[in-house]
Design a protein. Sequence first.
Length: 359
Amino acid sequence: MSLPSGVWEYHGNRRFKDRFYPELVLQARLIATRNLAHEQFPAKLTVANRRSINERLVSAFLTQSDWREGSFSIVPTEITPPEATYLVERQLAEPELFQREGGSLLVSGDSRVSIQFSGNDHLRWIGTGQGVAYRRLLEEMEREFEVLSNFEFAHDTQFGFLTSDPTEVGGYRFLGILHLPGIIITDNFETLAAELAGEGLKISNLIGSMRPAPGALVVLTHRQTAVEDPLELVDKLENATMKIARRERACRRAIIQSNRNQLEDMISRAYGLLKFARNISLEEFIVLHSSLRLGLDFGWVRGITSSAIELLTERVGSAYIEMRGTAHNEDEINSARARLIHEALSNTRLLFDESDDNR
């Protein structure tokens, strides 16, 4: 079985977009986890029991004639290892789904929502959107979960919905992927992390470290998941995101006023490498693409949109390159990645304008 073509496509005009700080909040994500009452977690179940639970839950969603037009179902045991890696890279599924039999995956036609069945938990709903979209994602999830009204889920009055991972107990995990080069360049990251910790929030780099992130990409989330009302988490994250965004913009203004030449040099170097280098590793791309985004935000990089950059970030992963071409070893993948980047930047130009000082 090969992955349906829709999973490879980007549908920028169909993605959630919130009007608040879309250049800083690259993605909002909600992970909602549920387990059936009186049933063991999937890892403890037999293949037959996992498959039975999977079929019951999948049927509830697929009986909706309007569920996610263009959606498709994936059987983990029927796809190749690179395809499975790609789904994990895209955060559409957990690795454990592909390590045991009996589960399945539903993916929306725009690849913005996925529902994992019989992975680590009986059901895991993952939705993404651009901008400060936490509240809208929660509304969407709750609307879709109405078809599960006949199911009883494991729930505790103190802890909320029970999950296989104790850190996810409560059943709701909101995350924001933020781009904060201003805060990191001005050495304000650790101060911000300490402030947020006092508010019950956590900010870290993409691999979970509390140190500044390569590429200035950070994850904002909440420490406590066991809450009576998930809107409490939404309110807290929205308020924190607004505060972070204001600070990031202030830091950017300070940098451009105090050392514009160094900032232009950083962006120029990144632009030149991305546009002309023959081999680019994924790690190098993550760092360089941050400067490209910053140049776009300042209006210095012309001829490309933020949606096109997002599309590019989705296509430079090793699994995607391996699946879509003939590149299989590291050198070939790095070379193919560079060609993808060159194509995306083919119509761009770098133009510095003194009138942009107030951005």
